[in-house]
Write a protein that binds this ligand. Sequence first.
Ligand code: ADP
Ligand code: MG
Length: 69
Amino acid sequence: MREEKKWLPIGLENFEKMIKDDYYYVDKTGLISELLRDGGLVNLFTRPRRFGKTLNMSMLEHFFSIEGD
Ligand SMILES: Nc1ncnc2c1ncn2[C@@H]1O[C@H](COP(=O)(O)OP(=O)(O)O)[C@@H](O)[C@H]1O
Ligand SMILES: [Mg+2]
């Protein structure tokens, strides 16, 4: 039986809501280890608009935050 398709997170840039409400998410959590390994004191993300910069920041914020689960 075919699995039901997930919703696309159009306009959504809050990582927690995206995961909790089970939206379609392209896994970019590899960025965490990349930053821990090669990150500088300051990191500049140069990408065009709508490339997921804000969502990635939200993902990092939730990973490194000591609050929540
Ligand atoms: N990893 C992802 N998985 C699924 N959708 C994504 C992903 N990254 C971005 N998107 C989609 O693209 C939109 C734009 O992302 P956003 O973080 O606001 O981009 P930027 O800040 O670079 O302009 C989001 O609202 C979401 O719909
Ligand atoms: Mg943005």
